[in-house]
Design a protein around this ligand. Structure first.
Ligand code: MN
Length: 293
């Protein structure tokens, strides 16, 4: 077993609001050299750590906006999120649910707290990831995959150490729920105190984890890693092993890098500036369809 050395540990980031419904810490792209290319195919990661939203009759969130060239993946842990898009897809996910939206050639969508959750208020916790698409797939048809907690395969760890939810890719012999265009492993690990979990991914993959709650030790690394810390591994070795110091939730990410140029502007991520300019023209001329506020 060859351990993956740790390249970087990013401490908690100052939260900011996306719309009025998502209070997030941004880890990708961010300072510390963690740009879109370095973490490809994961080109954006926002984490809404547990936060209490008061009751409201007007759900908080983000209004209608476009995307082209990649996928948006929302993982809900507490609270509930509703999605509607111009491809005609919609869905609501509650705790443990995942929305995997392939924007590809372009959609308009809106993302709000689900109405009943908004009316009651409560703790809200979620992750939003952007997963890049290779040039060959950037202009493919939009698609939506929605999963409830029970739709996502579970690997139960021995000795009541916890379990791993396999959103995409593969953990041990279990394949994930979501279809992906390239190799994308995305898991949430739920570990009990002293629970251990081992992971193995190709050295060439870009691999990282985020401690959503709790705290861990990583084999071969001296310092404990508490919640709201993001760990980036070097592109060496295949394996890492974590031990939970308390009840812990971890997001595990590993993907084959897409070795292509990235041109990104706001909600558009393409390969060239000309393609960005085209996306902006297409958006302004209504080619992304329509969606009511
Ligand atoms: Mn969006």
């Amino acid at each position: 077993m060859a351990l993956k050395p740790i390249s970087l540990v990013i401490p908690p980031r100052n939260p900011h609001f996306v719309g009025d419904g998502f209070r997030v810490q941004n880890f990708i792209p961010s300072a510390y050299g963690l740009d879109m290319q370095r973490m490809s195919p994961f080109i954006m990661l926002d984490y809404n750590a547990p936060f209490h939203f008061p009751a409201t009759d007007t759900p908080r969130g983000v209004g209608v906006h476009p995307h082209r060239g990649f996928e948006t993946v929302t993982l809900a842990y507490q609270g509930a999120v509703a999605h509607h898009d111009s491809a005609g897809n919609s869905g609501v996910i509650g705790p443990g649910g995942v929305q995997w939206m392939t924007a590809a050639s372009g959609v308009l969508h809106k993302e709000y707290h689900e109405i009943e959750f908004a009316k009651q208020g409560g703790m809200f916790q979620m992750v939003q990831l952007w997963v890049n698409l290779a040039a060959a797939h950037k202009m493919s048809a939009p698609k939506y995959q929605g999963f409830n907690e029970q739709d996502i395969p579970t690997v139960v760890l021995e000795n009541q150490m916890g379990h791993v939810k396999v959103v995409s890719g593969q953990y041990q012999d279990t394949k994930g729920a979501a279809q992906t265009f390239t190799e994308v492993h995305l898991f949430t690990a739920y570990l009990n105190t002293d629970g251990k979990a081992a992971f193995s991914f190709p050295a060439s993959n870009n691999t990282a984890l985020l401690v959503l709650s709790g705290a861990i030790q990583i084999a071969g690394y001296e310092e404990d890693v508490p919640d709201n810390h993001f760990v980036l591994f070097e592109n060496q070795g295949e394996d890492f092993e974590v031990t939970a110091l308390e009840k812990t939730q971890l997001l595990i990410l590993s993907g084959a890098p897409i070795d292509e140029p990235i041109a990104a502007q706001g909600p558009f991520v393409m390969n060239t500036q000309e393609e960005i300019n085209q996306a902006i023209r297409d958006f302004h001329t209504g080619k992304f369809g329509s969606l009511a506020d």
